[in-house]
Design a protein around this ligand. Structure first.
Ligand code: SAM
Ligand code: SF4
Length: 351
C-alpha cells in the first residue's frame, strides 16, 4: 500500500488508541469490499474568532457575525454521526480553538467515543498549565503552526509580538507529556524560493516530529490573489519537499493512494455547522443544524467534485479546479456558497 510509510509515521498514535483498530478494519472493508468512500477525518472549527491577525488566514471568509458558534451538544452530535460514517480522527481548529470554552469537553467526548483527537493552534495560549489540562483530556496531538524560524518574521506573519517565543516554550513542554507534537506550516512562492521553508522542515526533523505543509491557497484573506498560488516550478519543488521523511501534505495519509482527500475521506465543519470539502474549498454541501451528517455526506459523494480523483491538492495546486471552482468565489458576498448556487454547478458543467 503506497501510504504504508505515512501510516507508520502515526504508528505510536495508533498503538495508543488500540480500540480504534476494529473501526479501521471496518473502514477498509467498506472501502475495498463494498467499494464505498469512507469518511476518515473531520476538521471541526470549534470557534471562528482568533487572538492573532494572520494576513493569509483562510478562516476570515468563514466568519459569520450573525450566527452563534456550534454548541457543545452540536459538536457532540457531529462526532457521533461522523463516527457512524466511519470517522476515526477529529481535529479541532478554527479560528483559535484554545479560545473555545468547551474545547476540553469536546475532546473528552471524542476520546470516550474512541477517536484519535488533535488540536491545531497558533500556540499563543499554550502555557504549562493549559498543556497539562489538555493532557488530562486524553488529547492525542497538538499541531502548532510555525511560519518561519526567524522569530521576527513569524511574529509579523501572525500579527502577535512574542508568538514565536511562546511556541518554542510550548514545544519544550509538550515534549515531556504524552501528547504527540506536530507542526504545520504554509508553503509560499517566497519561502520556497528563499529556502526558508527548508529551515522550518529541518526544525521538525531535529525535533523528530511530523510537519504538515499546506500549499498557499487563495482562500479567506488571500481570496482573489492569483499571485500567491505556487508557480508551476514551485509546485514541483513542493511535491519533492513533501517526500522528505518528516514533511507531508494532507493527501499523504489517505486510506489508500496519495491524492486529494477532500470530500472523499475528509470534511471540514465550519463554526456554524456548514460542511465543506476542506477549509480551502469554501463550498457547502449542507448544514448540520438542518440535516443529518449522513445526508450531507451523500450529497458530497454524489457530486462530480468527489468522483474525480486527483493526485494533488485541488484547491491550491490544480489550475483547472481553481479556474472552475475557486475563482468564481472571488467576489461572492457570502461564503461558504451552497453547491447548487455555485456558478460552475449552475452552468451544468459541474453538476
Ligand atoms: C486557520 S488555522 C486555524 C488553527 C489555528 N488558529 C492556527 O493558526 O494554527 C489552520 C492552519 O491553516 C493554515 N492556513 C491558514 N490560511 C491559509 C492559507 N490561505 N493557505 C494555506 N494555509 C493556510 C494556518 O497556517 C494553520 O496552520
Ligand atoms: S491562521 Fe490561525 S492564528 Fe492565524 S488568524 Fe487564522 S485562525 Fe488565527
Amino acid at each position: 500500500m503506497s501510504n504504508f510509510r505515512n501510516l507508520l509515521k502515526h504508528s505510536d498514535i495508533i498503538r495508543r488508541n488500540g480500540d480504534v483498530i476494529p473501526r479501521i478494519a471496518k473502514d477498509y472493508f467498506n472501502l475495498l469490499v463494498r467499494r464505498k468512500n469512507v469518511l476518515r477525518k473531520v476538521d471541526i472549527a470549534i470557534i471562528a474568532g482568533c487572538n492573532a491577525k494572520c494576513a493569509f488566514c483562510f478562516a476570515t471568509t468563514l466568519e459569520d457575525e450573525t450566527g452563534p458558534y456550534l454548541s457543545l451538544d452540536e459538536v457532540k452530535r457531529i462526532i457521533t454521526e461522523s463516527i457512524a460514517l466511519g470517522a476515526l480522527t477529529f481535529e479541532f481548529l478554527g479560528g483559535e480553538p484554545l479560545m473555545c470554552k468547551h474545547l476540553d469537553d469536546a475532546i473528552r467526548f471524542a476520546k470516550k467515543s474512541r477517536a484519535v483527537v488533535g488540536v491545531t493552534t497558533n500556540g499563543i495560549l499554550l502555557t504549562e498549565k493549559r498543556i497539562r489540562e489538555l493532557e488530562q483530556t486524553g488529547l492525542d496531538v497538538i499541531q502548532i503552526s510555525l511560519d518561519s524560524m526567524d522569530h521576527k518574521e513569524h511574529d509579523v506573519s501572525r500579527g502577535v509580538p512574542g508568538c514565536y517565543d511562546k511556541i518554542m516554550n510550548a514545544i519544550e513542554l509538550i515534549k515531556h507529556t504524552k501528547i504527540q507534537l506536530m507542526l504545520s506550516t504554509v508553503a509560499t512562492n517566497e519561502n520556497l524560493q528563499n529556502r526558508k521553508l527548508l529551515d522550518v522542515i529541518r526544525f521538525a526533523e531535529q525535533l523528530n516530529v511530523p510537519i504538515t505543509v499546506n500549499p498557499a491557497s487563495k482562500a479567506g484573506a488571500w481570496r482573489g490573489k492569483e499571485n500567491i498560488l505556487l508557480t508551476p516550478e514551485n509546485r514541483k519543488v513542493f511535491h519533492d519537499l513533501v517526500k522528505t521523511s518528516h514533511a507531508r501534505w494532507a493527501g499523504q495519509i489517505n486510506f489508500l493512494k496519495e491524492g486529494c482527500p477532500c470530500g472523499k475521506e475528509i470534511i471540514y465543519v465550519t463554526a456554524y455547522g456548514e460542511v465543506i470539502p476542506c477549509a480551502f474549498i469554501q463550498i457547502s454541501y449542507g448544514n448540520v443544524r438542518r440535516e443529518p451528517m449522513a445526508d450531507i455526506w451523500q450529497r458530497l459523494q454524489d457530486h462530480k467534485l468527489v468522483s474525480e480523483r486527483t493526485d494533488t491538492c485541488i484547491a491550491a495546486l490544480d489550475p483547472k479546479f481553481i479556474q472552475d471552482y475557486i475563482n468564481p468565489l472571488d467576489d461572492e458576498k457570502h461564503l461558504p456558497i451552497f453547491i447548487h448556487d455555485h456558478p460552475y454547478y449552475k452552468s451544468g458543467a459541474g453538476a
